[in-house]
Design a protein around this ligand. Structure first.
Ligand SMILES: C[S@@+](CC[C@H](N)C(=O)[O-])C[C@H]1O[C@@H](n2cnc3c(N)ncnc32)[C@H](O)[C@@H]1O
Length: 229
């Protein structure tokens, strides 16, 4: 069984206790249908080395394999889509590194098992790039990026929203604080002078907040995702 703590010091300083596999699976079972959908988005704040993200990715990839194992083109596109729908934040840089490596290991193992000799190095680079943008080092409470000592910087956490259109991926970047605020009910007075207001508009029909991207990138081929920069 995997260890649930790395050291007492880390438990004391960062509350670092990892969830065991049985609980992770039981919680994922509660949203089993979402875990099977290639494109349903999951965020694990305080992700550690990605216990929940790893389970969700395994389930998504099993679904991609079931439907697309006979086409390299489809398996590549949809397995990248599955990977791109998974997001994590952790305040510890070593956990972020481990989480990216773990998720890459899962994705790559499945890619090799389905596509074998037809595996393509550019597709692998796309997977690595997605993970470098989706699993970030930051403070999930303040939603700011942190430095090597876990202190907040003045840079907000920014996540890409990926969408697959044919053979291309579209990328739009959003601030995490804006995405979360957009789930609130709009309050004109509260919004006035709010530092987030420039990234939120109000839908005239539904009256709900709509988050505005900080950047929109041109669509790129799925094997050249690192070109979305
Ligand atoms: C309780 S563990 C949970 C890890 C994982 N989600 C799991 O269930 O196995 C807590 C994690 O939160 C991280 N952490 C603590 N404070 C944080 C913060 N303010 N922002 C982001 N991550 C934080 C720690 O580094 C640690 O990896």
């Amino acid at each position: 069984m995997k260890k649930q703590i790395k050291s007492k010091k880390r438990v004391f300083e960062h509350g670092e206790v990892f969830t065991n596999e049985r609980e992770v699976k039981a919680m994922c079972d509660l949203v089993a249908q979402e875990c099977d959908r290639f494109d349903s988005r999951f965020l694990e704040p305080a992700c550690g080395d990605g216990n929940f993200l790893a389970e969700v990715l395994e389930r998504k990839l099993a679904s991609v394999k079931k439907r697309h194992k006979n086409s390299v083109y489809d398996y590549e596109r949809y397995s990248l889509l599955a990977l791109s729908s998974i997001y994590g934040v952790d305040i510890m840089a070593d956990n972020v590194k481990e989480c990216r490596a773990r998720l890459f290991g899962i994705w790559n193992r499945e890619y090799r098992s389905v596509c074998g000799k037809k595996c393509n190095s550019q597709t692998v680079e796309s997977a690595v790039f997605i993970l470098s943008r989706n699993i970030l080092c930051g403070n999930a409470l303040t939603m700011m990026q942190v430095d090597a000592e876990q202190h907040d910087t003045d840079l907000p956490i920014i996540f890409p929203e990926w969408s697959l259109i044919g053979s291309k991926f579209k990328r739009r970047d959003f601030r995490l604080d804006v995405l979360l605020k957009a789930q609130d009910k709009p309050d004109k007075n509260a919004l006035f002078g709010d530092k987030l207001s420039e990234y939120l508009s109000v839908n005239p029909v539904t009256g709900e907040y709509m988050p505005e991207p900080v950047k929109i990138y041109p669509a790129v081929h799925y094997r050249q995702i690192m070109g979305a920069e």
